[in-house]
Design a protein around this ligand. Structure first.
Ligand SMILES: [Zn+2]
Length: 162
């Protein structure tokens, strides 16, 4: 696994630090393999602040990049500019496990988490690995049925007013 957006918590200053990662096209090719979204059309940027909170680290910022989805009407690639907020709380724990699995707090059913409050992710070995969270954040921003912004060159119905 090739992780590109990794923060060593030892580099987090006592209270707060910030990082800017370029998002190269090849990251998108791997991350979005098998998704409806295609590789990035151009490099993007991930910008985060990290704040230590107790044992965890709060990662906040934005991800900006352009991906290519497919228009549901004309099947042409549609560039989508993604500009999404990042808010995740990284707590120590086994990597790879979905956050909340084995959680003995209340709420055992898999309800969607409330909108307020950051997503909880796990980290190990002093490394905050943001890749999968960034990928999921981007995919959530992609509309279910992407369409060309305004003009869609479908075989059009005649448009005259009659
Ligand atoms: Zn279209």
């Amino acid at each position: 696994m090739d992780h590109r957006f990794v923060i060593d918590v030892h580099e987090v200053p006592t209270h707060e630090g910030s990082w800017v990662f370029p998002i190269p096209q090849e990251w998108g090719r791997g991350a979005f393999e098998g998704c409806e979204v295609e590789a990035l059309e151009e490099p993007g940027e991930l910008e985060v602040r990290v704040t230590k909170t107790g044992e965890g680290y709060l990662v906040e910022g934005r991800v900006r990049l352009t991906v290519a989805a497919t228009c549901v009407r004309c099947l042409q690639p549609v560039p989508l500019e993604i500009d999404a907020p990042i808010a995740a709380l990284y707590v120590p724990g086994p990597a790879g496990e979905p956050a909340g699995a084995g959680d003995d707090e209340a709420g055992e059913d898999e309800e969607p988490r409330p909108d307020d409050g950051p997503e909880v992710e796990h980290f190990q070995d002093h490394r905050l690995v943001l890749d999968s969270y960034v990928r999921d954040t981007v995919l959530l921003e992609v509309p279910m049925n992407p369409r060309c912004a305004v003009e869609c060159r479908l075989p059009e119905r005649p448009r005259g007013a009659s």
